[in-house]
Write a protein that binds this ligand. Structure first.
Ligand SMILES: Cc1cc2nc3c(=O)[nH]c(=O)nc-3n(C[C@H](O)[C@H](O)[C@H](O)COP(=O)(O)O)c2cc1C
Length: 215
């Protein structure tokens, strides 16, 4: 009689790339979406979504994202050394999706989706007006690992629509932003309209609560 196996495991080196992708993106959720604007060689604006993206640090502000080296975004970022991360609201999801179409090099997706751009302050690459938050970024390092490229960048300038910021406390009203996340690898997304609170506990509070430390 065989015991029921409780887990299946994989040596990633034995798997085809598409299966590694499916296993990773099916479990690493939700992923925020960087809607990245870059400058094409002819100075038109390229815009494309990337969910291999996250916050990495605050001293200085650092983010990272991973465009495949075949993508125009990667080539533009490598050549120009700068880009803007525009965050994606639920209302922008259809427009964002169109920018994932494989347009020919030098064609600006923006004309096709009715979003507008505004100039950035510290870099040449414009930002997306309709996004509530824009991060002007300068490339710090591009880390090559096989066919993966991780673009590590410093956030130079931060734009947020004032209705979403408590200026006094510097709190972002994250729920009101109504951003979306990628959920899995197919066409699934999540909204973030619900949140719950798990307050941080100090070591002292933890000792008191658990009854440890009492003599
Ligand atoms: C929500 C979403 C997330 C995506 N994330 C990535 C990603 O992290 N890396 C990547 O190489 N492509 C990703 N893609 C695919 C690119 O957006 C797509 O290939 C796009 O056409 C690239 O445009 P470009 O060649 O102008 O850079 C994603 C697509 C969607 C819809």
């Amino acid at each position: 009689l065989r015991l029921k196996l409780e887990r299946v495991d994989f040596n990633f080196a034995d798997l085809p790339t598409k299966d590694r992708y499916k296993l990773l993106v099916g479990a690493i959720v939700p992923r925020p979406i960087a809607w990245v604007s870059t400058l094409n060689e002819n100075a038109s604006v390229n815009l494309a979504p990337f969910s291999a993206f996250n916050y990495m640090g605050d001293d200085p502000g650092v983010i990272a994202f991973s465009p495949h080296p075949s993508k125009h975004t990667f080539q533009n970022v490598e050549r120009e050394g700068e880009f803007v991360v525009n965050l994606v609201t639920h209302a922008l999801s259809e427009a964002m999706n169109v920018t994932a179409i494989d347009f020919p090099a030098g064609v600006s997706e923006l004309e096709h989706i009715g979003v507008t751009t505004a100039p950035s302050i510290q870099i040449r690459t414009p930002r997306v007006n309709e996004s509530p938050v824009n991060l002007e970024c300068r490339v710090h390092t591009i880390v090559p690992i096989g066919n993966t490229r991780v673009v590590v960048a410093q956030v130079l300038h931060y734009h947020i629509k004032d209705e979403f910021l408590n200026r006094e406390k510097m709190y972002v009203n994250t729920l009101e932003l109504d951003l979306i996340g990628r959920f899995g690898g197919t066409s699934q997304y999540v909204t973030m309209r619900e949140s719950f609170s798990v307050p941080r506990v100090t070591y002292q509070q933890w000792l008191e609560r658990s009854g440890e430390g009492k003599t």
